[in-house]
Structures are given as C-alpha cells and as structure tokens.
Design a protein around this ligand. Structure first.
Ligand SMILES: Nc1nc2c(ncn2[C@@H]2O[C@H](COP(=O)(O)OP(=O)(O)OP(=O)(O)O)[C@@H](O)[C@H]2O)c(=O)[nH]1
Ligand SMILES: [Mg+2]
Length: 240
C-alpha cells in the first residue's frame, strides 16, 4: 500500500509511480501545512485548558453531518454543554439549523474554499460565546471528501461520515481523509434495504488505512444507533 495516498489497499502494491510524491514534498504546500499545524496545536491546547473536548465532523456533501448534530443535541441537551462551528462554502443554512436547536453556533462561510483551516477555527473560537467553554465543541467541515484531509483543526477526535447511499468503496477511493480518522460513522442505515452497501467491506478497508478507527452505524432518521453514539460522546467528557 502507498502510505501517502493509500492506494493498493488492502494489501496490494501501490497502483502508480508515486507522481504525487511531488505534492507531498512541495515546499509551498509543506509550509502551508506546517503553519496550519502550528495553529491547530494552539487550538488544541487552548480547548484542553478550557476543558472542552473538540470533535471534527467531515464527509462528502449531504452525508448527514448537520442532521447527526441535530440528533446529538436532542440527545445530550441538558446533560452536556455544547457549541458548534459550522463551515460552509456559502450560506449560513447549517448554522441556522443549529441555532434553532438553541446551541451557541458560529458560522464560517469560506466563500469558495473547499475546506476549513485551523486559523478560521481559531477566529471562530473567539466569537462563539462569551467564555467559549463547552463540554463538547463540534466543528462541521465543508462537505468534501478530499480537501479537508490534510488540515488538522486542533480536534481531539476526527469523525468521518459515509452514508450508505454513497457506495461502499469510499475508503478505497478516497483514502487520505480516512488516514487521520478516529471514527467512521456509517450514516443513513435506514436506507440499507434500498441500496447495495457492504458494511463489512467498508470497515475492512477503513481499518487498513486507520487501524485505530472506531465505527458507529446509525440512522438520524429512525434514531437507530444514536444512543450508542451519544454514550460514546459523553464518555469523552471528563467527569460525565
Ligand atoms: N434517510 C435518511 N436521510 C438522512 C439521514 N440523515 C440525513 N438525511 C438527509 O440527508 C440530507 C442531507 O443531510 P445533512 O445533514 O444536511 O447533510 P450534511 O452532511 O450536513 O450536508 P452538507 O453540510 O451540505 O455537507 C437531508 O435531506 C437529510 O434529511 C438519515 O439518517 N436517513
Ligand atoms: Mg451540513
């Protein structure tokens, strides 16, 4: 397997001549990522000092990130304090959905950019609430399965969603985003009867790319699996 892009999974040789090594060592890209990593580490340390656990949600457009956040808030409101930073290319639609749930929410409209970076999150942290202290802080990235992959935002856990309507080859075809994933949520499981989606295949390929990865299978529509997800989130918060 190629360690940069993950091609050749689960155990075959790389399927290219490593042309993208140029990308991996491009000085401009390297500097950009180093600067981003520096701010991400600052975000991480800041939030740890505040006692806030930071969960980053990322996926293709429409996999169900905002709907899962709505269900999460329904499930944990009154038990944990929560804040949300909503990233979108345009509109505050998702931010409005979270505000309607009564949760402090800061919007980042990227105006065309295809992913969030640590600096934008740092700025949003300064605006989200008076003291900016939450048990759980969620960041929903721009819907995109490629561009967010290399950009650490300072999260404690990176959660990637794949909905069952997207096809079960996503870890094989888009390995970089799974490389830094702590959790894979397989979403929209209520639609499994209507699509060909092999959950075990997805898990097998995701595990090759990120051996530590943890899985949740859930439907925000029926509520199946939401209790397990909420229990896990609660376990991340010290003393809860
Ligand atoms: N059947 C079904 N539909 C769902 C589920 N979760 C979300 N949806 C639908 O999927 C569509 C997209 O959901 P969102 O939560 O907006 O997806 P998103 O990932 O936040 O989308 P972007 O922010 O645009 O990337 C909506 O029409 C939701 O109602 C689910 O569990 N089951
Ligand atoms: Mg959304």
């Amino acid at each position: 397997m190629c360690e940069y892009c993950g091609c050749g999974i689960p155990d075959g040789p790389p399927q290219h001549n490593h042309e993208h090594e140029n990308v991996a060592v491009s000085p401009v890209y390297k500097d950009l990522l180093a600067a981003n990593d520096h701010i991400a580490q600052h975000n991480r340390e800041h939030l740890r000092r505040m006692g806030s656990f930071f969960v980053h949600l990322t996926s293709s457009p429409g996999s169900g990130k905002t709907t899962l956040l709505e269900k999460t808030v329904e499930s944990l409101k009154g038990k944990l304090s929560m804040g949300v930073i909503e990233g979108d290319v345009a509109t505050e639609n998702d931010a409005e959905r979270m505000r309607a749930m009564g949760i402090p929410t800061q919007s980042i409209v990227t105006d065309g950019a295809c992913h969030l970076d640590a600096k934008q999150v740092h700025h949003a942290l300064g605006h989200i609430a008076e003291d900016g202290k939450f048990d759980l802080l969620f960041v929903e990235n721009v819907g995109n399965l490629v561009c967010p992959a290399d950009f650490d935002l300072g999260e404690d856990q990176r959660v990637v969603l794949v909905s069952v309507t997207e096809g079960d080859d996503k870890p094989e075809k888009y390995p970089p985003i799974f490389r830094h994933a702590d959790v894979l949520v397989i979403s929209k499981t209520d639609l499994l009867p209507y699509v060909d989606f092999d959950i075990e295949k997805v898990k097998k390929h995701a595990r090759v790319i990120s051996p530590r990865i943890r899985f949740f299978e859930l439907s925000a529509k029926t509520g199946d699996g939401i209790a397990e997800w909420a229990t896990w989130l609660t376990s991340l918060v010290p003393g809860k």
